[in-house]
Structures are given as structure tokens and as C-alpha cells.
Design a protein around this ligand. Structure first.
Ligand SMILES: [Zn+2]
Length: 295
């Protein structure tokens, strides 16, 4: 029975946890993420060495290009275009397994959290942006191009006048789901309908205080999210949809969602199970460590 080390490489912090064979926390450490690439690689290696022996799993924003082995799409831009996986493995001096950070959270929730026991688990992380992961039979579904479960950059389905014109996305396309269902999306939508640029929590607070415009913006976000989920049901029909990230605190995006998803599903009768994530911040490290656990 070996220990498992899980590493969560984030834009501001790098966090490492060493778990024992029963996945109890045996060691924890964290530090600020350095600004340049070489220092990031060195910092991760040092934290892993300090954690001790065990298998090493890592989660980071972005993904490994399946053909060129270069890291891409990370908001830690210093890592993009670099052989991040190979450089980390060399610096750590042990075989590593590494996944997109949202995929690690999805794996943790599927194995040990809200999706435990289900065979197909779809996970959304709703924060500033909209990320996701898909776990099938206990394994992360990465896809032939490493692009599976990029839910945030699927198009908003069944657009109508209220959604038009489509919002420009940073990825270069228009009408991506993330531009509607996320903190950023809520801010943009409220600004578009009222002319006022407020932060997400302020819009939520105004809705709770009874402001009609804020309530309508949240209702539009909810309806759009139901369409995105129904589209997913029409493709893979998950056993459970798990919602994580800061905005999953809103009941509109969890408890109140299934009847709306049902309405948009092809049959109009789909019974969709939607649950809030069971783990918080630690799920990235747990999921990374679980990359070495047999499915
Ligand atoms: Zn996009």
C-alpha cells in the first residue's frame, strides 16, 4: 500500500497533499505560484520532494497537447507552449500522472464525492468561468484530442431573441456557454440589460433583495444552463451531474435545475440527477492523487 501525493497547480497557489493508502491527509504544504516557467517547475518538484515518497499525480489548468506534448490553454500562461509534463517528470524524478485541474476535481467527485457509485458522472465547475470534466467507469474521459468535456466552450444551445446577438468569447468564437453561465457571464448579461457593470456577488445580493433586473439576469442564466445540461443529456445522458465552483452555491443552478433540464431534453421527460459537489478546495489535490488509484 503506497502513499499518494496530489498536487494542485493554480494561478496563485501551488498546493501539495500526501495521502496515506486510505486517502487520509498525512502532509500538506502550499506556496505562491512563481511568475516564470523554470521557477514553477522547480517549486513543484521541491514541494513533492518535501512531501516524501508515494505516487505523484498533478492537476493544472490547461492540457497536454496529444501530438506535440506541449502544454496549452492554461491561464498560467508561462506554461503554455512548454513541455510542462516532461519537465515536471524530470524535475520530480518519478513517473507522474497529470490532468487538467477540472478533470481532477471531477475524478474526486466521481470516486469519493457526489457522484460516488454512478457510472457516468458529468462535472461542471461554475466560477469566474465554466469548466468541466467527464468521468466514465471511474476514469477521466480525456478524448482523442484532449478536449473532452470543455463544456464552457460548447455553443449555447437553442438560442432565441433573448440570447441574440451571441457574446464574443476569449477563445475567438462567439456564443460559448461560458459567456452566459459563469460569474463573467452574469456580469455581462446584467450589464447588457441594465447598462450597469456590477460584480457577480452584488448582482446576486440585489436579486435576493428583490431587484427585478438582477432576478431576471439570474433567471436567464438558469434557463441557459438548463439548455446546456439538456444538450449534454441528449449526447451522453449522465447518471449524475455534479456542480462545483463558487456559483454552485446558488440553488437556481443546482436544486431548481432538474425540471428545467427535463423540459429541454429530447423526450421532455428526462429525470436528471443534479447534485452539489461534496468536496471543496481540497478536491483538486484528492483527484490528482486518485489518478494513480485503480478504477
Ligand atoms: Zn469560447
Amino acid at each position: 500500500m503506497t502513499a499518494r501525493i496530489g498536487v494542485d497547480i493554480g494561478g496563485t497557489k501551488i498546493a501539495v497533499t500526501r495521502f496515506d493508502a486510505q486517502m487520509n491527509v498525512a502532509h500538506e504544504a502550499r506556496r505562491d505560484t512563481p511568475g516564470d516557467y523554470e521557477s514553477i517547475v522547480a517549486a513543484v518538484a521541491r514541494l513533492v520532494h518535501e512531501a516524501g515518497d508515494g505516487t505523484v499525480g498533478l492537476g493544472a489548468p490547461g492540457s497536454n497537447g496529444p501530438r506535440d506534448g506541449l502544454w496549452r490553454n492554461a491561464n498560467i500562461v508561462a506554461c503554455n507552449g512548454r513541455p510542462f509534463f516532461q519537465d515536471l517528470e524530470r524535475a520530480i524524478g518519478r513517473p507522474i500522472r497529470m490532468e487538467n485541474d477540472a478533470n481532477c476535481v471531477a475524478l474526486c467527485e466521481a470516486r469519493e464525492g457526489a457522484g460516488k457509485g454512478a457510472s457516468v458522472v458529468a462535472f461542471f465547475t461554475i466560477g469566474t468561468g465554466l469548466g468541466g470534466g467527464l468521468v466514465i467507469g471511474g476514469k477521466v474521459m480525456r478524448g482523442a484530442n484532449g478536449e473532452a468535456a470543455e463544456f464552457g466552450h460548447t455553443g449555447l444551445p437553442w438560442m432565441d431573441e433573448k440570447d441574440w446577438p451571441p457574446v464574443d468569447c476569449f477563445c475567438g468564437k462567439r456564443g460559448c456557454a461560458e459567456m452566459y453561465v459563469s460569474g463573467t457571464g452574469l456580469v455581462k448579461d446584467y450589464a447588457r440589460s441594465t447598462g450597469h457593470l456590477l460584480k457577480g456577488p452584488e448582482i446576486v445580493a440585489r436579486a435576493r433583495a428583490g431587484e427585478a433586473e438582477a432576478g431576471a439576469a439570474i433567471a436567464r442564466m438558469q434557463d441557459r444552463f438548463a439548455r446546456i445540461c439538456a444538450n449534454l443529456v441528449n449526447v451522453i445522458d449522465p447518471d449524475v451531474i455534479v456542480m462545483g465552483g463558487g456559483m454552485s452555491a446558488l440553488p437556481e443552478l443546482v436544486e431548481q435545475l432538474p425540471p428545467l433540464i427535463r423540459r429541454y431534453s429530447f423526450s421532455g421527460t428526462a429525470e436528471v440527477v443534479v447534485k452539489r459537489a461534496a468536496f471543496g478546495e481540497a478536491s483538486g489535490m484528492r483527484g490528482a492523487a486518485l489518478l494513480w488509484a485503480p478504477a
